[in-house]
Design a protein around this ligand. Structure first.
Ligand SMILES: Nc1nc2c(ncn2[C@@H]2O[C@H](COP(=O)(O)OP(=O)(O)O)[C@@H](O)[C@H]2O)c(=O)[nH]1
Ligand SMILES: [Mg+2]
Ligand SMILES: [Zn+2]
Length: 309
């Protein structure tokens, strides 16, 4: 699409980032028109979901992003070097996918949950590939634990379509990002939910500066139902970027709730006397696995803080 078709005045306009490539981004204007754009300066990085201000570049099809508008929120992670990376912005729901195969890493599910709680967005746990289950009414203890703390669980199959409509129903007209281990079926779920083949994952590519076609790192797809979905880049070992150890407790809702009864207001729920969390774990009202997961997040955060200070 040519830059000239967008508007004859060639002025600045606001658009949403709907795909990111190594250096290029795809923007969609409110009119529905889409263009490719570059960003000014190397240090600012726009992500899917960002609202940006962009202007046309004279004699070029590409636009130039001049500003990233203030973000309502952002999903971040800390990478192995301890640096904080933004994965997506302005999201309403975190759709956390685990599957029958590869086997779930529940610690990763807990870390995404932790991020969702801290962002204050709706977490939706999706258990995919149920078509691979031998017995249909098998009870998965971890899913039961999540249900017990009030989380939404959707069991589905991207292959047969079973249960996938429930994801759309939970999402409504909001923007959700699909996250989870590689191979659990995130892209397959998006394809299943979108239906329209022209919008399918992997079909969105762009010419890079060298003229080569590159596949998007991350894409945002609008659903006919009114919501939108972001297919997140594969992250091997997700760790939330927490600013303090106390953030970890906020990220585990049942721990945050029970912490009101700890003897010390600054209790870290590790070795402190009068800790209501340890009592709850001993009595079985808080899952030992979730508590273990919480402690791992605390240790991760401590490591990150050592690296950054
Ligand atoms: N049996 C079965 N296979 C699935 C299902 N969803 C995805 N797959 C397969 O799992 C593999 C990984 O899927 P993909 O969508 O690329 O996972 P992603 O890495 O999370 O995006 C592919 O071979 C899919 O065909 C499902 O519901 N049932
Ligand atoms: Mg994928
Ligand atoms: Zn405590």
């Amino acid at each position: 699409m040519s830059a000239y078709s967008h508007n004859s005045l060639m002025t600045e306009d606001t658009a949403t980032i709907i795909a990111t490539y190594s250096r290029l981004m795809r923007l969609r204007f409110a009119t529905g028109e889409e263009v490719h754009a570059r960003i000014k300066g190397k240090r600012i990085k726009a992500v899917c979901g960002d609202l940006v201000t962009a202007k046309p570049i004279a004699n070029e099809d590409d636009w130039l992003i001049t500003e990233i508008n203030e973000r309502k929120n952002k999903l971040t992670r800390q990478n192995v070097g301890g640096q904080i990376e933004v994965l997506a912005a302005n999201i309403d729901a975190l759709i956390i996918v685990a599957s029958v195969s590869p086997l779930p890493d529940w610690y990763i599910v807990d870390r995404y949950l932790c991020a969702a709680e801290l962002m204050g967005v709706l977490p939706i746990i999706v258990f995919n590939k149920i078509d691979l289950l031998q017995e249909h009414d098998i009870k998965i203890i971890e899913l039961q634990e999540y249900q017990d703390i009030g989380l939404t669980i959707i069991e589905c199959s991207a292959k047969t379509g079973e249960g996938t409509g429930d994801i759309l129903e939970s999402l409504g007209n909001q923007c959700g990002i699909i996250v989870g281990q590689s191979g659990v079926g995130k892209s397959s779920l998006i394809n299943q939910l979108v239906g329209d083949s022209s919008q399918r994952t992997g079909n969105i590519s762009a010419k890079s500066g060298e003229g080569k076609h590159t596949t998007a790192n991350s894409i945002l797809i609008s659903l006919q139902e009114g919501g939108s979905l972001i297919d997140s880049p594969g992250v091997r070992d997700y760790a939330p970027a927490l600013s303090s150890v106390t953030d970890a407790a906020v990220g585990f809702r049942e721990i945050a709730d029970a912490a009101q009864s700890c003897r010390f207001t600054n209790c870290r729920h590790l070795r402190e006397p009068g800790c209501a969390i340890k009592e709850a774990v001993n009595s079985g009202s808080i899952s030992y696995r979730r508590y273990d997961s919480f402690k791992r997040v605390v240790r991760l955060t401590e490591k990150l803080m050592e690296k950054n200070y």
